[in-house]
Design a protein. Structure first.
Length: 324
């Protein structure tokens, strides 16, 4: 667990020693090879990646590490082989030594939508809850954040992040930890900005999730919340009885007005609806790097305004708020 020594030092210096204690138990358990059949395979895939110092890195307008001229033909093959073994790549895109990882999601489009509306991340401590493989964490670092911690319980996503970190080739104040939000200590009051994007509808109790998010923020901190919403007024919420766009774990899709009312009840201030966008089959689709079904297969083939279950098709809102 030496990988986390610098993280632990940073957290200690912020007075978060109780969290360090908890992480030092949670992280070894999450990486236990006996409970994750594929972990050894993923570690081997990362070991296979070439050890080359990237000549150039761009995290400001994209996530691009290295140039094709940095690699020999053999190293290029090693790179592609290793990354392919970490299929499916859902969040991105990444450009790695000239190889374009065309992921299922154009996560950069979400970043472009939210960027103009959030407090500048320069020198901020940032938590990204449900960060996937950490695509937005790289963008947060590129925007000048002092420390970025992403958490996601999907171990393959965490291993994809480890692969990118190996390619980056140096220490970074950025971590993606294999944890669910429910494993964070309550009332940390530590972060300047907390992102929760694509998570609220996966939580059985959305109000408790909002309160969890609030507890992670320092006084005056900012929440960036992105979630699925439906059209309608302050009394409208969709509760799918079974699947939504084929997903089994979707609970509540409120209208924007109801979402903001929930946030007010939870004590958030200065709540701003910044963006509402229908998810398109250009933004979420199958690619060479994500060969399974994607949004197009989850919509009604006769009517793209509906999911295959006959529910309103995905529409996502970005809401920014702060706490006193
Ligand atoms: C729709 S994806 C969103 C990823 C990324 N935040 C984005 O906006 O592109 C939802 C993510 O939430 C993660 N997730 C699911 N349950 C979670 C939990 N209890 N705590 C934290 N993350 C969770 C999933 O593993 C998945 O990576």
């Amino acid at each position: 667990m030496n990988d986390y020594k610098l993280l632990y030092q940073a957290l200690e210096s912020l007075g978060a020693s109780a969290w360090v204690q908890l992480l030092s138990e949670q992280l070894p358990a999450a990486f236990d090879e006996r409970t994750h059949g594929d972990l050894l395979k993923w570690k081997a895939a990362i070991d296979e990646l070439p050890n080359v110092k990237p000549s150039r890195v761009n995290l400001r307008d994209a996530v691009s590490i290295g140039e094709s001229v940095d690699l020999s033909e053999q190293q290029l093959q090693q790179l592609v082989r290793g990354l392919q073994k970490l299929h499916p790549w859902r969040k991105g895109p990444y450009r790695l030594f000239g190889v374009d990882i065309d992921t299922e999601w154009r996560s950069d489009w979400k970043w472009d939508r939210l960027k103009p509306h959030i407090a500048p991340l320069q020198n901020r401590m940032v938590l990204d809850i449900g960060c996937g493989n950490g695509y937005h964490c790289w963008r947060m670092l590129g925007a000048g954040a002092r420390l970025v911690i992403g958490i996601d319980p999907t171990l393959l996503s965490v291993m994809q992040f480890q692969a990118l970190r190996k390619l980056y080739g140096a220490d970074l104040p950025m971590y993606v930890l294999p944890l669910g939000v429910e494993q964070l200590p309550a009332e940390m009051r530590l972060f300047d900005t907390v992102f929760s994007m694509g998570v609220l509808y996966h939580r059985r109790s959305p109000i408790d999730h909002l309160l969890e998010l609030k507890g992670c923020l320092r006084p005056g901190g900012e929440l960036v919340l992105e979630t699925l919403v439906v059209e309608g007024g302050a009394d409208t919420v969709l509760f799918p009885e079974s699947r939504y766009a084929q997903m089994r774990n979707v609970w509540f899709l409120p209208s924007c007005d109801l979402l903001m009312a929930w946030m007010r009840r939870c004590g958030f201030k200065n709540i701003r609806l910044c963006d509402v966008a229908k998810t398109t089959v250009e933004e979420q689709r199958s690619t060479e790097w994500m060969r399974f079904n994607s949004l197009k297969d989850f919509l009604d083939p006769q009517n793209s305004a509906l999911t295959c279950e006959g529910l309103p098709a995905p529409r996502r809102a970005i809401v920014v708020a702060c706490i006193d």
